[in-house]
Design a protein. Structure first.
Length: 300
């Protein structure tokens, strides 16, 4: 929503200026020389990334550039901030190696050009088994300054279809992120057996659905909280908890954990051991893994 508002605001500013100057929109086809010059400037931006030429890249952007780059959450201001954000792809050994425009249009308002386009970029370099592609949906604004067309604003984002495909494809968590996930899983189990309501409320999603072969019905978050409370009130205590054969699948912000579990509990002078298999689902929200559901089956 923020990016859309920025794009509308940028267009509103330029349209307002143009209205004051009594300018009318002109399709790029009616100004072929300017259209070609704008697209050449756009090509120079891509070539700056491809050839990792930061000076050439800087020269294609206005000093008072403003906008969003892919993945940015806040409005970026000035060419220095743009170059700082671009330093990684410009300096990295893995970088853009090619591009092609899939769709592009140009609309002029005097010396301002609105350029919405869709492109596919190729990323390659040492360490990659083979290059991969990314599809971007971009709205650029160019202005003719000192006789040259330069980019003054942009809204750059991954295209919705590419984003949907990425979210539906399996990905691998870094070691630290995987540790956070498995720590959250264990904290849920230990929080339950400790009757730690505060911890469970922190880690269990409101929409939780839990399936346990010891219960004839699906359980919600309130049922789980009540069960933890009852376990402790009856003198229950966890003495051992282990997970083995753990496998994970991660899609976008959702993780599924498959494992075998073993826990031992004491109640009064009695102790018991339970083993089985667990399928647990977590979702990453605001940097924290939340447990949204599980299915446990006990060993017979």
């Amino acid at each position: 929503m923020g990016k859309r508002l920025l794009a509308l605001a940028m267009l509103g500013v330029f349209f307002g200026v143009c209205a004051d100057a009594q300018l009318v929109p002109v399709a790029g086809e009616k100004r072929p020389a300017d259209r070609e010059a704008v697209l050449k400037s756009l090509d120079k931006i891509f070539q700056g990334f491809i050839h990792q030429d930061d000076e050439a890249l800087r020269a294609t952007h206005a000093d008072h550039w403003i906008g969003f780059l892919e993945g940015s959450n806040n409005v970026m201001h000035g060419v220095d901030e743009y170059m700082k954000a671009s330093s990684s792809p410009v300096k990295s050994s893995v970088h853009m190696t090619g591009y092609r425009l899939l769709e592009a249009d140009v609309l002029f308002y005097g010396d301002v050009a609105i350029v919405p386009f869709v492109c596919e970029i190729e990323i390659g370099g040492p360490g990659l088994a083979q290059p991969f592609t990314n599809k971007l949906r971009i709205l650029d604004v160019f202005a003719k300054l000192n006789g040259a067309w330069v980019q003054v604003a942009t809204d750059t984002a991954q295209s919705p279809d590419k984003q949907a495909a990425a979210l539906a494809s399996p990905r691998t968590l870094r070691d630290e992120a995987k540790k956070d996930l498995l720590d959250a899983r264990e904290a849920v189990w230990r929080g339950y057996f400790a009757g730690d309501r505060a911890k469970l409320e922190e880690l269990l999603a409101a929409e939780l659905i839990a399936v346990d072969d010891s219960s004839p019905k699906w359980q919600g978050r309130d049922d789980v909280l009540a069960g933890a409370k009852t376990f402790v009130e009856r003198g229950g205590k966890l003495t051992r908890l282990e997970f083995t054969d753990t496998e994970t699948q991660v899609y976008g912000y959702t993780a599924i954990i498959y494992s075998k579990y073993l826990y031992e509990i004491e109640s009064g002078e009695k102790s018991s051991t339970q083993t089985g298999r667990a399928t647990e689902t977590f979702v990453l929200r605001q940097g924290k893994w939340l447990n949204t559901g599980w299915h446990l089956d006990a060993a017979k």
